[in-house]
Design a protein around this ligand. Structure first.
Ligand SMILES: [Zn+2]
Ligand SMILES: [Zn+2]
Length: 368
């Protein structure tokens, strides 16, 4: 392993589900020729941070600094950096490395890199691009970071920095399938299943896309009907437990995106599809989902995707700014992380609200 120049930074680390978050000092490498150093100003607290930190997704090399929704200000750039200069707003999402050379990276599908991308935290660095002296990547609940410019997102001037983080997680997750299924061009009937953080991002994006889109929220029951139709102004609402809603809309949708992260029956969504339509799975579902072949004969498909490539992430950042679809956030300091994790573990969250860690304001707080 090569030794490179490094600097020390401070993060907020988990030592497991039952331990409180603590300050953690660690090193990151000084920017190489294609790299950027930046001060992290804000980092979103994502539900998947909790699954990772708790070890729900596999063994964790504690202490781990979570956070994959970083927004900050560039403080130094390497000599070959062309897209960023000191003082620019910069973002980093769920990936910090990809090979940038394979057939998928060539199409800016770094999220499907044939050699596997490196996750922003808790992952093993693969190519010595960024984390040279680290055994495990450490994420955005930290004061400084170094990133290859090809893995960084430009946050436009005037974009409220605190709101930028979730765009690189929830918004890109929904933008990828909406773009793939032609919703940018318009004229599509689009269903978004689940009215949580992902779902609301999807509804807002779909409604701002091409002319003539008809955007429906699809929920387990009728509880969110008023909210969706009157506050969010969706074109329609379907309660899955309401046979009349389901029958009325059968065979009409071009694309239905399922954001729910628990087992949901696939075939009643397939029944809502028009000929050639697709159901897209985005939620983190670990149990098997059953499907029947015959209803798919009308050229219907069941598919999925995960986050999105760098080019599309830049596109959605610019799109969100253009249409002022900034995520709904609440800013917290590091001494509140434990409380928020407990709340999110219990599912006590109005799904559309994202918590964002204010890194600067956390500097003086007392931890534990
Ligand atoms: Zn996230
Ligand atoms: Zn690749």
């Amino acid at each position: 392993m090569t030794t490179v120049a490094s600097y020390e930074t401070t993060g907020y680390a988990s030592n497991g589900k039952d331990a409180a978050f603590v300050r953690h000092h660690f090193k990151r490498n000084t920017a190489g020729p294609k790299q950027i150093e930046f001060d992290v100003k804000f980092c979103g607290v994502c539900h998947s941070d909790i699954h990772h930190a708790d070890g729900d997704l596999g063994p964790v090399p504690y202490p781990i600094v979570p956070g994959h929704e970083l927004a900050g200000i560039v403080t130094a750039v390497g000599k070959d950096v062309t897209r960023f200069k000191v003082g620019d707003q910069i973002g980093v999402g769920c990936m910090v490395e990809a090979c940038l050379d394979c057939s998928q990276c060539e199409k800016s599908n770094e999220n499907y890199c044939k050699n596997g991308f490196t996750g922003t935290y808790g992952d093993k660095p693969k190519r010595d691009m960024i984390w040279t002296d680290m055994e495990c990547t450490q994420g955005g609940y930290s004061e400084k970071m170094t990133i290859d410019e090809r893995m960084a997102i430009k946050i436009p001037d005037g974009f409220p920095l605190a709101s930028a983080g979730p765009v690189m997680c929830s918004s890109i997750t929904l933008y990828t399938p909406l773009k793939r299924f032609g919703c940018l061009e318009g004229g599509k009937k689009i269903g978004i299943v689940g009215v949580g953080g992902l779902g609301c991002a999807g509804l807002n994006l779909a409604m701002a896309m091409g002319k003539g889109n008809k955007v429906y929220a699809i929920s387990r029951n009728g509880d969110k009907r008023e909210h969706c139709l009157n506050t969010m102004k969706t074109d329609g609402f379907i309660a899955r437990d309401n046979p009349e809603d389901m029958a009325k809309n059968a065979g009409t949708f071009d694309v239905i995106i399922n954001t729910v992260s628990c087992k949901t029956p696939a075939m009643d969504l397939v029944a809502l599809l028009d000929v050639g339509g697709s159901v897209v799975f985005e939620g983190l579902v670990t149990e098997p989902v059953e499907f029947k072949a015959m209803p798919l004969f009308k050229e219907k498909s069941i598919t999925g995707s995960v986050i999105g490539g760098i080019k599309n992430t830049q596109e959605v950042m610019d799109f969100v700014h253009l249409h002022k679809l900034y995520p709904n956030i609440e800013i917290i300091t590091a001494d509140k992380i434990d409380e928020i994790y407990t709340k999110l573990r219990a599912g006590n969250n109005d799904g559309a609200l994202r918590y964002v860690l204010d890194i600067e304001a956390s500097r003086e707080v007392v931890m534990g």
